[in-house]
Design a protein around this ligand. Structure first.
Ligand SMILES: Nc1ncnc2c1ncn2[C@@H]1O[C@H](COP(=O)(O)OP(=O)(O)OP(=O)(O)O)[C@@H](O)[C@H]1O
Ligand SMILES: NC(=O)c1ccc[n+]([C@@H]2O[C@H](COP(=O)(O)O)[C@@H](O)[C@H]2O)c1
Length: 312
């Protein structure tokens, strides 16, 4: 019997209900089931990241970075990986990044124990072209992670009307995660090499934010074709400064799949099967997403607007 399991996603009650109804309807004939008790208990757990993620079996130390991580051989650091992005729509590559990085961290840092992975879809207020409604992007992320035992969806960022800087997103989740936790866990940013390259774009990222992300939280960059993270680091004074705390992980199977390509393929009525999860394809068809290109936005991305205002 094949079955999909609703794992402990961090979503609002109505989204749970919506997704549950959708998946149940969709997969009834294929033995999809989500026992009501599990479903209900997850709802009560949704209030804080901590309540879902708490796991106090490991010894952890607070606020270590990669430069000193090897000095604490006897103590384990619980780590949660957070990927911020549009997920418009989510692809297998977004999910792969988590698997690759967890393997890498466990293989190279015996003190790290990766306890969970979080997808944090960006708010509609980010202003990126072709961004479909956050509720759809969240639902697709939920559908895509329904089978994962450790990757979950965080909805706080995308439920806000306005865009939140990534450093604030990380700080928010870290605070929630560590509420009432004796030994704080660490939240690390997981991203593709294109995001690292975007760090040097004027007014897109603040230098202080980058420093905080890298030094306080930790940054893991996954390789992506056409991007060379090492060259980007070498050519930037700031990133060269921080290079000991930036981890670059080579994906075993690099490919240039992107949400942009998926959207274009759907518009051209080409198959996207085996590029994104079936449940996401079903959702796209059911909600008629991406078949028509929306009008081009004239406004620029929120971070540009906000950071320029800060300077005046
Ligand atoms: N093919 C890929 N290889 C490595 N990293 C990737 C790949 N696709 C996406 N990522 C990473 O996943 C995260 C979320 O990406 P995002 O939602 O922006 O997807 P995208 O495919 O780059 O989007 P779009 O095509 O709409 O610009 C980012 O950190 C991005 O770098
Ligand atoms: N200054 C910042 O914090 C900053 C700037 C640009 C993008 N981002 C984030 O990076 C991610 C990029 O997503 P896209 O690759 O889809 O544009 C989003 O989550 C966005 O919020 C953050």
């Amino acid at each position: 019997m094949s079955c999909c399991r609703l794992s402990s996603q961090l979503v609002t009650l109505s989204e749970y209900q919506h997704l549950f109804n959708y998946l149940s309807k969709r997969y009834r004939s294929r033995n999809f089931y989500a026992p009501q008790q599990i479903f209900q208990s997850r709802i009560t757990e949704q209030k804080s990241v901590m309540s879902i993620c708490k796991d106090r079996n490991m010894n952890v130390v607070n606020d270590i970075n990669f430069s000193n991580i090897n000095h604490n051989q006897n103590e384990k650091q619980d780590v949660y990986l957070v990927a911020c992005g549009s997920f418009n729509p989510i692809t297998f590559k977004h999910l792969r990044m988590f698997e690759v990085v967890r393997d890498f961290l466990h293989a190279h840092y015996s003190q790290i124990s990766v306890k969970g992975g979080f997808l944090s879809p960006v708010s509609d207020g980010y202003g990126k072209a072709e961004l479909v409604d956050g509720a759809h992007r969240r639902a697709m992320c939920l559908a895509a992670t329904a089978n994962s035992s450790w990757i979950q969806v965080l909805t706080w960022e995308s439920e806000k009307e306005t865009w939140t800087s990534t450093v604030d997103v990380l700080a928010h989740y870290e605070k929630l995660l560590n509420e009432n936790r004796d030994r704080p866990a660490r939240i690390m940013l997981l991203c593709g090499a294109d995001i690292l390259q975007s760090f040097v774009i004027k007014d897109l990222w603040l230098e202080n934010d980058i420093r905080k992300i890298v030094q306080k939280h930790g940054l893991v960059v996954v390789s992506r074709p056409s991007y060379d993270p090492h060259v980007v680091i070498e050519n930037s004074g700031l990133l060269s400064d921080l290079k000991d705390d930036i981890l670059v992980v080579s994906e075993l199977v690099e490919d240039n799949i992107s949400s942009t390509i998926i959207r274009a393929a759907i518009r051209q009525k080409q198959s996207v099967k085996y590029l994104i999860p079936d449940s996401v394809i079903d959702y796209i068809f059911e909600h008629n997403l991406y078949f028509v290109r929306p009008p081009t936005l004239v406004k620029e991305l929120a971070p540009f607007e906000i950071h320029r205002k800060l300077q005046t």
